[in-house]
Each structure stands twice: as C-alpha cells, then as structure tokens.
Design a protein around this ligand. Structure first.
Ligand code: NAI
Length: 341
C-alpha cells in the first residue's frame, strides 16, 4: 500500500499530561495521531497545535475564544474536569466544536476535602501543628468547636453538595440548603429544607459552596450578604474562586466578622505565583493585583486555610478522570457521544 492510500489519522493532543496518565492514553482506540504535552494550552504554545482536531485539557489550559479560534481544525474538546468555565462554551457551539467533561469523578472526593477544611478550622489544626513543631505541647488557647448541632449551609446540592450533606449528617449537623433547582424529594428523604440564599447565609454556622461558576454565580458571596452572616461564621469554598468577592471576604476576616475560611479555589488563581514573580512577570496583563495581594495576605491569617486547588486530587479520582475521558473520546469517535456539556 502506498503511503498516500493509508487512512488519515485524527490528530489528538493531550495537554497538562502527567507521566502516570500515559498508559491510559495509550489505551485509546487505534486511528489517532496522539501527541501528549505536559504544559497547558495557552497563547504561547497554541500556534504549534493548529492541526489538532481533538484536544483534551485540564483546567489549567485556557480555552477562551481568542485561543480556540487559532485552532481551525478543532472539532472536539474533552476536558478532564467537572467544571468547564475555562472553556468558552458559547464560542465553541458557534463553531460546532463539541465539548465533553467528566461529570462525576469526584463527588465524594471534593466533599471529603470540604469536610477536611471544615474540621481543620473547627479543631484549629494548623495552629496546633505549628505549636507542636515549635516544641510547645500545651493546648492552652487552642479550644475549637463541635460540629454536632451546628447548622451547615450547603449552597448547591448537586453531586458534591449531596455528598457533603451525607457527611455533615454523620457529624450530627443540621442542614440548610439552597439550590436554583431544589431536589425536594432528596430533601424530604434526608430530613432537611431548602430555603432562599439570604436565609441560609443568615442562619448557617458554616457555609460551604458547591455551585458552578458562571455569570449568574459570580460573587454570589459578596460584601452585602457577608455582612448579614452570623458573626464568627466559617466559609468554605471548594467550587470556584470567583464565587466569592475576595475584597469583601478579606475585610470580613480582618474585622473578625468571619471566623474561619477554608479555600481550595481562589479568585484569579491562574495568576497566582510567588509575589516577586507576579511583579516581574511580563505576562501579567489582566492580573487584578489587589485580589492577588489579598489572596496572599489571606493565607497568613491563622484562621484561614488555603489549599492549591487540590480537592479533586485523590488517587482514586485521578484514575476515574482519565478513564472517563478515554471513554468520552472513544464515544465521540463512534458517533455515540457521552458527557456533553
Ligand atoms: P453539579 O452540577 O452536580 O451541582 C451543581 C449544583 O449547583 C446543581 O444542583 C445546580 O442546580 C446548582 N446551581 C447551578 N447554578 C446555581 C445557582 N446560580 N444558584 C444555586 N444553585 C445553582 O456539580 P458538582 O459536581 O456538585 O460540582 C460543583 C462544582 O464544584 C463544579 O461546578 C466545579 O466548579 C467544582 N469542582 C471543584 C473541584 C476542585 O478540585 N476544587 C473538583 C470538581 C468540581
């Protein structure tokens, strides 16, 4: 057979790839010209991949209109994440580019991380660990609070929020919930009530966020409603940083109105790096320096815990993510698409 009669292989590029993912990627059906890249897709490298017909990315890749339009052959994006706010879905739809995600890899995983943040704050783990590391084994001044009997306000009762509810029930907490689309059947089976957002925020001892980030949820937690929360409230965010108005949160922690904060995600987190790097980085157009500084400053309060967008990062969840992504791509190729967004 001459080379000109060989079937043309579909060019697929995997971005943000870690070494351990390679054996899974090799399990893809035949018929692909596969390229793997450890970096994310960005304005700096997009030019190199303009032949790509399929791409698979993680949230650290930038799939804004400005970048997607530089991939003229692109037909399908398989994001290896649940959230897809890093993809300009509207623009992709206008260009007939199909997008899939991994809808349910980390329901328990992210919920467990939210509970870890809650427990670390209520039992003052960072201060306790710090004290012991300094050779001081006395618990004076490290009094925490019980979870039993406290009210947890769960904002967003989808896959992750429902797992948080189960775990909170295990701790004997009282549940209040808010969701744009309440699951009343689930609520009555699990003995809790849905209420309007403002009511949940004003009654909760602990507020935990599990909604997607979009124009409707941006700054859902803001200066006005933080002011109406209970003094000493604990706020936990494992969803997306932009859900909280950082400036208002920073002020509320400073005045002591908010008693504890656990953040796995930060507003503007893609611009976060060492402070000095931030100052000298010539790619920092678009950086909101005030938010970046407040993020750094927040991390230094003893009652604030920040983790580096790590809630998804359990061994089991990572395997589920890549396995489902490979299934998504195979399904796309066979014409029976699954997990579309
Ligand atoms: P889901 O889609 O199962 O649940 C989201 C819930 O939010 C739904 O019940 C929906 O009705 C509700 N909702 C949507 N818009 C709303 C609004 N404006 N107001 C009130 N409720 C609204 O999503 P899932 O799997 O529970 O994930 C939630 C979020 O967690 C994701 O969108 C993602 O951004 C984030 N996430 C973070 C991870 C991390 O590593 N930190 C990992 C995985 C997800």
């Amino acid at each position: 057979m001459s080379s000109s009669s060989l079937p043309v292989k579909t060019k697929i590029v995997f971005f943000d790839v870690k070494d351990w993912e390679l054996p899974y990627i090799k399990k893809l059906r035949a018929g692909y010209d596969i390229q793997t890249v450890s970096a994310g897709l960005s304005s700096e490298n997009v030019e190199k991949y303009k032949d790509a017909e399929i791409i698979s990315v993680f949230i650290s890749s930038d799939l804004s209109k400005e970048i997607v339009r530089l991939l003229p052959k692109l037909k399908y994006i398989a994001t290896r994440s649940t959230g897809y706010d890093h993809v300009d879905i509207k623009y992709c739809a206008s260009k007939k580019i199909t997008v899939s995600n991994v809808p349910t890899y980390g329901d328990n995983t992210v919920a467990e991380h939210a509970m870890a943040l809650i427990l670390a704050l209520t039992r003052r783990l960072p201060e306790s660990i710090d004290r012991v590391l300094k050779g001081d084994f006395f618990p004076d001044g490290l009094t925490g609070i019980d979870l039993k009997g406290k009210i947890i306000g769960v904002i967003g009762t989808g896959h992750i929020g429902k797992n948080v509810i189960q775990m909170a029930k295990g701790f004997g907490m009282k549940i209040l919930a808010f969701d744009l689309y309440p699951d009343e059947k689930y609520a009555s089976e699990n003995g809790f009530m849905y209420s309007p957002l403002e009511y949940v925020l004003s009654r909760a001892d602990i507020v935990t966020l599990h909604v997607p980030y979009n124009s409707g949820t941006r700054h859902m937690i803001n200066r006005e409603n933080i002011g109406k929360m209970k003094r000493g409230v604990i706020i936990v965010n494992t969803a997306r940083g932009g859900l909280i108005e950082t400036d208002a949160l920073f002020d509320a922690v400073k005045t002591g109105h908010v008693g504890g904060v656990g953040l796995d995600v930060l507003e503007g987190e893609k611009f976060l790096s060492e402070e000095v790097e931030l100052l000298y980085n010539d790619k920092c157009s678009g950086v909101d320096f005030k938010i970046a500084l407040e993020n750094h400053a927040l991390a230094r309060f003893p009652n604030v815990i920040i983790t580096p967008h790590n809630a998804f990062n359990s061994a089991e969840a990572l395997q589920r993510i890549i396995k489902t992504t490979i299934e998504n791509i195979d399904a796309y190729k066979s014409g029976k698409m699954i997990n579309l967004v």
